[in-house]
Design a protein around this ligand. Structure first.
Ligand code: NDP
Length: 249
């Protein structure tokens, strides 16, 4: 039997990149998946249809700005009603707006903190009672090695990703006796549309710091998330797993 058969997974930022690979992998393991993303409706619907067709599971798309508290509460409530609950919550949506702190605008600080960190407060809060009632659940938050190490020109992003780790540990402690695991994954340099849009010189410099000498694939992150979402990881909580080719060891 597939490891996640009968489970419902909600994945944010799931229309492309790492989020799509995660939703696809969880579906491959038998989970029904709900994809939240801010992309164009037709792109999100196409992403969900591809997963449903290739993996033979229920896959739905919901356009939702995860930084918007009210929108998240409303949409998660609808998912819980329609799907009978949420078993696995993967908080993946994220953006970067890189500049040295002196040149960073207040707007870019707020935007990155809202999408990368506040979004997780929004979704976890929306799913909290559902997990307490089920006395089971897996919450997996996507952080970054930048949140562990800091990174010049990423004050907003690193503060958010470091915050994700602290939030993960707090939620893990709050829900530990309720059968809910909460863990974080810290990717290094992964090939996605986000890194494709990076300054290529900066990317080259970043790659020079990777002990394994190459970038990772979205699937490398998805495999780790699928492990954390399964009962193979049932005694792991409050952990941060680096999937980074050794950058932050
Ligand atoms: P992408 O930019 O490729 O994908 C991010 C997805 O999130 C997009 O589909 C985007 O939608 C969506 N999104 C953005 N804002 C929102 C929002 N407010 N509400 C809902 N969805 C939103 O990024 P990656 O796949 O590279 O990154 C995924 C996660 O992994 C992020 O949290 C990132 O910080 C983290 N990470 C990535 C690394 C990498 O090397 N790629 C390294 C370390 C961490 P759209 O833009 O269409 O609106």
């Amino acid at each position: 039997m597939a490891k996640l058969e009968g489970k419902v997974a909600l994945v944010t930022g799931a229309a492309r990149g790492i989020g799509f690979a995660i939703a696809d992998k969880l579906a491959q393991e038998g989970a029904s998946v709900v994809l939240f993303d801010l992309c164009a409706e037709e792109d999100g619907v196409a992403a969900a249809a591809k997963i449903a067709q290739e993996r033979g599971v229920t896959a739905k798309f919901q356009r939702c700005d995860v930084s918007n508290y009210e929108a998240v509460q409303t949409n998660v409530k609808a998912v819980i009603k329609e799907m009978g609950g949420v078993d696995i919550l993967v908080n993946n949506a994220g953006i970067c707006r890189d500049k040295v702190l002196l040149a960073m605008s207040e707007q870019d600080w707020d935007l990155v903190l809202n999408i990368n960190l506040k979004s997780m407060f929004n979704t976890i809060k929306a799913c909290y009672r559902n997990f307490m009632k089920k006395k089971a659940g897996k919450i997996i938050n996507i952080s970054s090695v930048s949140g562990l190490m800091g990174n010049a020109a990423q004050a907003n992003y690193t503060a958010a990703k470091g915050g994700v780790i602290a939030l993960t540990k707090t939620v893990a402690r709050e829900l530990a006796t309720r059968g809910v695991n909460c863990n974080a994954v810290a990717p290094g340099a992964i090939e996605t549309p986000m890194t494709a849009s990076m300054d290529q010189e900066a990317l080259k410099a970043l790659l020079a710091t990777v002990p394994m000498g190459h970038m990772g694939k979205a699937e490398d992150i998805a495999n780790c998330v699928a492990f954390l979402a399964s009962d193979d990881a049932k005694y792991i909580t409050g952990e941060v797993i680096r999937v980074d080719g050794g950058i932050a060891m």
